[in-house]
Design a protein around this ligand. Structure first.
Ligand SMILES: N[C@@H](CCC(=O)N[C@@H](CS)C(=O)NCC(=O)O)C(=O)O
Length: 280
């Protein structure tokens, strides 16, 4: 797979394969919701045109993108004329429509488990990781900009709940109660992941699946973001799982597209051992 750049946009094409799948993905970094369809497409070997939207520059609220996704959130995918939104639903679509390794198991109980974990991560654990991420990365990354410009940018956000999240990130005013609840969920989520990964090689079945892609996008930097809760001594199963996903060629290629310090944290997984207290 090669990556070139024209007009600030990246285009990915499979070498020796003249047949483009007619897929355009609008995404930010290989992180959280954007990383889910990125990694799924790359695991399946689907060539796609990549349109990078700089979330920190509010590209996702510009009229050109709102014409594709009026909610002003990323990712969104075009497959021919078809517009697809919602990262987890896009992953399932990509898995079903394109050839390549199947990322949904065959056995009904395993499929249930994939969906159970994806729902848990999307609705319960992910928003808590996200709140912490927005308070420590997104807010500080934009706060120094001109206040009038920031105010105008926030006023242009279509979804009220996203407007509120931006407002809190910029002003640094996430409430003490909601931060406490997010920390509680992250701690409990880590314990649940550790226990589940003690039962089988991958999160939801004996084969790599969409649940692993979803989980990696949330958890890839855990030993750095939660050093007191996740490391080789406290959570050996999580660490084995993260390193196994990072070792996959598609994951390497996908995370190599990251531009921010947030995403470059993935290189922590190159360390063969991270002891308790080593990074705190
Ligand atoms: N449920 C949607 C959520 C999409 C979403 O909120 N994406 C975040 C990035 S991870 C976003 O676009 N944030 C930009 C903003 O709120 O302005 C999905 O899974 O695709």
């Amino acid at each position: 797979m090669t990556a070139g750049r024209t007009n600030g946009m990246q285009h990915l094409q499979s070498e020796g394969d003249g047949l483009m799948a007619n897929v355009t993905l609008y995404h930010w970094e290989p992180n959280a919701n954007s990383g889910k369809p990125m990694l799924t497409l790359m695991e399946k070997g689907v060539a796609f045109e990549s349109r990078y939207l700089d979330l920190l520059n509010f590209d996702q609220h510009r009229p050109e993108y709102l014409a594709i996704n009026p909610q002003g959130t990323i990712p969104a995918m075009l497959h021919g004329e078809r517009v697809l939104t919602e990262s987890t639903a896009i992953m399932e679509y990509v898995d079903e429509v394109f050839p390549g390794p199947r990322l949904m198991p065959q056995e009904p109980r395993d499929r249930w488990r994939v969906r159970w974990w994806m729902k848990f991560m999307d609705q319960w654990l992910g928003p808590s990781f996200s709140m912490i991420g927005w308070s420590v990365f997104v807010g500080p990354a934009v706060r120094a900009r001109d206040p009038e410009e920031l105010k105008a940018a926030v006023e242009r956000i279509p979804l009220p709940e996203r407007r509120l999240a931006w407002h809190k990130a910029i002003s640094g005013r996430f409430g003490a109660d909601e931060m406490r609840e997010s920390r509680r969920r992250v701690a409990l989520g880590i314990r649940m992941l550790e226990q589940e990964l003690g039962k089988r090689p991958w999160l939801a079945s004996d084969r790599y699946s969409l649940a692993d892609i979803n989980g990696f996008n949330l958890a890839y930097a855990l030993p750095l973001s939660q050093p007191a809760l996740s490391n080789d001594e406290l959570t050996p199963n999580i660490m084995r799982w993260l390193r196994a996903i990072y070792a996959r060629p598609a994951t390497r290629a996908c995370w190599a597209l990251g531009r921010t310090s947030l995403v470059k944290r993935v290189s922590i997984l190159e360390q063969p051992h991270i002891g308790a207290g080593q990074l705190s």
